[in-house]
Design a protein. Sequence first.
Length: 128
Amino acid sequence: MIRKLATVLSVLAVVTVIAGISTADEKKENKYSTKKFMQAVKTGGLHTKVIKGEASEAETKLFAAYVKALPNNKPPKGSAESWKKLTSALAKATRLHLAGADGSAEALTKAMNCKACHTPHKVYPPKE
């Protein structure tokens, strides 16, 4: 009887720990969230430095990491398909630009079009 009780308590303890971890993970903010992307990349002007070839190696890696993560982020509003299409195009343009492809600066500039994403996906007024 005591052995069964100990087993049941052990299982409950494991379930509680797992539930606590998953809840903590859900509350933890994404390192490369869309909001952080906008703050660092657009507002901070990092995208312009990358497009012009003026970004340091660390800045270029940061930009690439943010862009790579965008297609996996959930859109604040609008369809997931539209979000995936727009952010994947940005990721592709970034890869080509960082690889030095001809015409890639223009393609990346076009892919960084604010209105193309904001119209279908930005919540107005923005949440703080």
